[in-house]
Design a binder for this molecule. Structure first.
Ligand SMILES: [Zn+2]
Length: 328
């Protein structure tokens, strides 16, 4: 998808505007040329093989929008001798369909499992593209309740972002194969170790997938690289989970967001430093008697130049952390 190249690098904001204009022009030109319908799929859906049998589509580092069809989360494809597992399906049915077509080009093996790493729309809104084809949806034991609790809100919130037509195609699909603790899935000469994490960290339904053959970890949003981590569960819980996560016998990680795989467990270092900085700053401001509104703009400012989308998410992380640690 052309937007990937245009939008996903560490571009200063003023360049972003020019790039946005160019991107809009390309979209309009493509529409006029009849290459797109509304809701059409991305023209190219890039996939990389990062280890033998492990493929990744790196989503853009961006907020969801009509322009990018919410193609902002990373997606994994693991191919065994018998079957295929998909790890997350992207933020719209258009992305899910592009993914499904791309899988068909890699292998003739059937997709047996669609694994959702957590409840967020950019990871599950593409699920409908795989529904009704004998696919088993897999998730953390808390995922069905999370989808039920938050799904309707996500549909309403994303209607404004993606448009009525895109939202009309989304189906909220709860997993039927639930992971309490760990589950192994056999794809044929390749097993996946699925781990459900506790307590709440990025969310309260975080699930990781380790390909035991290649030692490749698909972490979902427990790991962010380059893209600022986003706290929607518990900062305290996330910091508790990280050492346990680091103990997984992986060699590389595919993060939930960030356009590269990272070495394991070193890829956790930046995220851990950021989360600890948020915690230390928030504790300091609380101890000094600062109010939330005074503290939030000052939390983790030392991290500002190290992350993409910092201004978009850091205030919200600081707010969540303040609320969590205020009554510590
Ligand atoms: Zn997420």
């Amino acid at each position: 998808m052309f937007m990937i190249r245009l939008r996903t690098h560490l571009a200063p904001k003023r360049r972003g505007t020019a790039i946005g204009v160019v991107a809009v022009f390309i979209v309009v030109a493509a529409l006029l040329a009849g290459r797109f319908q509304v809701n059409a799929q991305p023209v190219a859906f890039a996939i990389q093989e990062i280890a033998n049998g492990d493929y990744v589509h790196f989503g853009q580092i961006a907020l969801s929008s009509v322009d990018n069809a919410a193609d902002i989360a990373n997606i994994g494809i693991v191919v065994g001798t018998d079957a295929v597992a998909i790890i997350d399906t992207g933020g719209s049915v258009a992305v899910g369909q592009a993914l499904r077509e791309a899988v068909g080009k890699i292998t003739g093996k059937p997709v047996r499992y669609v694994i959702n790493t957590h409840e967020h729309p950019d990871h599950i809104f593409g699920n409908a593209a795989f529904a009704g084809s004998g696919v088993i949806f897999v998730g953390h034991r808390n995922l069905p309740a999370s989808i039920e609790a938050h799904g309707p809100f996500y549909l309403r919130a994303f209607r404004d972002i993606l448009g009525d037509d895109a939202i009309a195609r989304v189906r909220l699909i709860a997993p039927t194969l639930l992971v309490d603790d760990t589950v192994k899935l056999d794809l044929g000469d390749r097993t996946l170790l699925l781990t459900a994490w506790y307590p709440s960290a990025h969310t309260d339904c975080d699930l990781t997938v380790l390909d035991e053959k290649t030692h490749t970890l698909f972490s979902g949003d427990l790991v962010f690289i380059d893209h600022i981590p986003v706290i929607d569960g518990s900062l305290k819980g996330w910091l508790d989970v990280l050492p346990k996560l680091a103990a997984l016998p992986a060699e590389r990680v595919v993060p939930g967001h960030g356009r590269r795989a990272g070495p394991w467990p070193q890829a956790l270092d930046d995220e851990q430093r950021y989360l600890r900085t948020v915690r230390a700053d928030v504790r300091g401001f609380i101890a000094a008697g600062k109010k939330l509104t005074e503290a939030v703009p000052r939390v983790a400012q030392s991290e500002r130049d190290r992350w993409m989308l910092f201004d978009e998410y850091n205030p919200r992380n600081a707010t969540a952390a303040f609320a969590e640690y205020e009554w510590e």
